[in-house]
Design a protein around this ligand. Sequence first.
Ligand code: SF4
Length: 379
Amino acid sequence: MSFKVQGWCPGALRPMQSSDGLVVRVRPLAGRLTQAQAAGIARAAQAYGNGLIDLSGRANAQLRGVSPDTHPALIADLTALELIDLDIAAETRRNIIVTPFADAATYALAETLQSALADAPELPGKFGFVLDCGAAPVMTDTPADIRIERAPDGRLLLRPAGCDLGAPVAEAASAAIALAEWFVRAGGVVDGRGRMAQLIATGARPDGALTPRCAPAASLPRPEPGLTPHGPLVEVEFGQMSARTLDALSVLGAIRVTPWRMVLIEGLTAMPDLPDLPGLITRPHDPRHRVFACTGAPGCPQAVGPTRDLARALAPRLSPGRTLHVSGCAKGCAWPARADLTLVATPEGFDLVRGGRASDAPALRQLSPTDLNDLPEFS
Ligand code: SF4
């Protein structure tokens, strides 16, 4: 296995170099884009990038193909749209994912937490918060260090990653900062790195008002594309859409970005007549809903081979209910969990992992396109 693990998360002010140019990650405040912001991102992606926008697993929008020459003008446009933080430090700290099923109180909590983070101790670059405060958690498979959820009786709970229990809290934002301070005091940061789950695994526990003692409400499975009480959830194939698609969606309503390759369009009570654009998934039984593929070659510098054309071709041949992950290398960015079938690019063809992750030992190695065609799973 050979791939590079970054100790920091890219942002807009600190973009990441990829093979197709800079990747500029926009973190919408509380995961929500007004119609003007969504349309503005679409315009900017077209003007300053290659017109492609990724939805990241951290519920961010990433503009691809930006050059160092166009980056300053892009930041100026995004600043005018109120999508840019004051500096890299503030951008890095604002690592908060908010449930797309948020109510006004949850949005207020997200704003309070964002402000309070200015006074938090220095935290590792990937340290993040999830505000999953609907009636039941829906984001338990989204990694985070500190989670705000609800107990069955409706109280807010503050739950450190790695703990099954959380602490009931009245002032969730200040309590979350107190938990972050405990994480630092308890030795959670070593050489600028560290995650809450690692610290909890050592047996360390917060005490006093932060003592984990209450179970959250039973979680719900990851939502599927289709209508929800908050509006329709629309998925984009492989989590990537064109500027034209985002512009068309922005006309329908404000957009809530999710960590699930989907956007929720606010305020609609029926599935809209979506424009005839490629890559939109609106029904859970669409086979592309169960297929994951990372950027792969040539867009990712670590990729050993291309991914998405193969994934697109195999999707209709996948048995109902089965999941397929096509990965450009063993890092497995597109789907860190297990899949029924995982194809991992190697210099000699694709390795096949059955029922595992991209980094797991393959059942079959060095499969050619003909070999893949002959697999019983795709017959
Ligand atoms: S899994 Fe895909 S996107 Fe991630 S590093 Fe490997 S090739 Fe790149």
